[in-house]
Design a protein around this ligand. Structure first.
Ligand code: UD1
Ligand code: UDP
Length: 399
């Protein structure tokens, strides 16, 4: 059982009393503090981008919310973490778990233990989670078992491919969350099909696009192209980090060969994820990737610079989830090096196309773009820069 900071026990629906129907009884902390103490969790690069607009909105209403930022430490290199906290105005974490890397089980186990301790010390009223990484999965499990209400932003995404670790994380997180905030109509359909009550689902839009909209001036002012030595529309941008692409030596080697062929037509700028660096070294592929006129290997970029690189690219090759969305918003052609996507709206409405990892298909579609033929997309509904405001408005009803 849980008790509030004043030591009393409370049950949902009636301050200090047990609700009549025991089956529906759920222990909650009533907001006797006069505000909602809410923990906002992130620990990996894409999720700093998602929490930035949420924290901004929550901090704007100190009469209602006392947000606390918990950094799990899943990503820890300065270029994967600190640079985002600084540039996006997130600031230093209130609580840092420092879990680091590891196997799925090892990392998740450390997250579970560390986050449960934090919950016992902090006794928040609610927890806000984003995305589909191992940090998200571990935190939802802790919250659901205490139980403390927990809400999921970017709910309902499904690739229907359970070989992806993120797909397992998404299914579990959505099943255990209280409020589910979605960014596309198909996400709501998936949740309803999985038996989630409609009143728990809210179509609020895309917080990752909020961040982009809020940073537009900084992005436009970035001088990264000049620093790297490329010109607008004069390069292809590449990112790769999915285990299915980079953890198998043949797949990674074949993708590198295709990229080198594309590079003969237009230089490729490759922002290399730390996981990919590790695998390139392990598979002895570094020599093939050595920096040349046609291939520029760069370290993970700060947010403004990377968005500038996306905005000005002739096209983008990627297996990133967030980059599929950002290219759709920016109207830049995107070839996704995967067989499926949990973000189909970027294909049906946006500029994205799934090409998988077949070398001929990647070359054919790349050449098509370079020859000037590509679809123009539209911006999906509610990808308008105001998703975080909608989410926070809904949360105020729970105080
Ligand atoms: C994780 C997420 C993935 C997300 C990606 C975003 C899971 C299961 N995966 O994948 O969904 O798309 O983040 O980038 O949660 N490493 C470093 N420095 C760092 C972080 C990682 O060197 O700051 C290296 C370590 O060798 C580590 C490897 O990258 O073992 C993988 O890191 P991990 O967080 O486990 O998974 P990602 O591939 O980053
Ligand atoms: N990103 C960045 N610098 C880079 C590569 C990516 O700022 O060098 C940003 C990208 O614009 C997006 C987020 O990181 O906002 C996506 O993260 P990632 O691809 O690591 O994760 P995914 O979205 O696939 O989970």
């Amino acid at each position: 059982m849980l008790c509030t900071s004043d030591g009393k026990l409370y049950w949902e629906g009636s301050k200090g009393n047990r609700a009549k129907d025991k089956k529906t009884v759920r222990l909650v902390v009533p907001y006797e503090r006069g505000y909602m103490k809410i923990l906002v969790i992130a620990g990996a690069r894409p999720n700093f981008v998602k929490i930035a607009p949420l924290l901004k909105c929550l901090r704007r209403r100190p009469d209602v919310f006392h947000p606390r930022f918990v950094h799990t430490g899943q990503h820890y290199d300065a270029r994967m973490s600190q640079s985002f906290l600084d540039d996006l105005g997130i600031g230093a974490p209130d609580i840092a778990l420092g879990v680091g890397s590891g196997s799925h089980a090892g990392q998740t186990a450390r997250l579970l233990e560390a986050f449960e301790r934090v919950m016992q010390e902090e006794r928040p009223d609610r927890v806000l989670l984003v995305g589909d990484v191992n940090s998200t999965l571990a935190c939802v499990l802790v919250c659901a078992k205490l139980p403390i209400p927990v809400d999921h932003v970017e709910a309902g995404l499904r690739s229907f491919d359970r070989r992806m670790p993120e797909e397992i994380n998404r299914i579990v997180t959505d099943a255990l969350s209280d409020l589910l905030f979605t960014h596309s109509p198909e996400a709501e359909a998936h949740l309803l099909r999985e038996g989630i009550a409609p009143e728990r689902i809210h179509f609020t839009g895309n917080v990752m696009i909020d961040c982009l909209v809020q940073c537009r001036e900084h992005i436009d002012r970035s001088s990264v192209l000049e620093r790297i030595g490329v010109t607008p529309a004069g390069y292809v941008l590449l990112t790769l980090h999915r285990p299915s692409n980079v953890d198998a030596p043949e797949t990674l080697a074949s993708l590198i060969d295709v990229v080198l062929q594309i590079g003969r037509r237009l230089p490729v700028v490759f922002s290399v994820h730390p996981r990919t660096v590790k695998m390139i070294e392990e598979f002895g592929l570094a020599a093939r990737l050595s920096d040349s006129e046609n291939l520029r290997n760069i370290e993970p970029q700060p947010y403004f610079d990377f968005l500038r690189l996306q905005q000005q690219a002739r096209f983008v090759l990627t297996d990133s989830g967030g980059v599929q969305e950002e290219t759709t918003y920016l109207g830049v052609p995107c070839l996704t090096l995967r067989e499926n996507t949990e973000r189909p709206v970027t294909v049906t409405q946006g500029t994205n196309m799934l090409v998988g990892t077949d070398a001929d298909a990647i070359l054919r579609e790349s050449n098509r773009i370079l020859d000037g033929s590509w679809k123009t997309g539209v911006t999906p509904a509610l990808w308008d820069g105001h998703a975080a405001e909608r989410i926070v408005d809904i949360l105020t009803k729970y105080t």
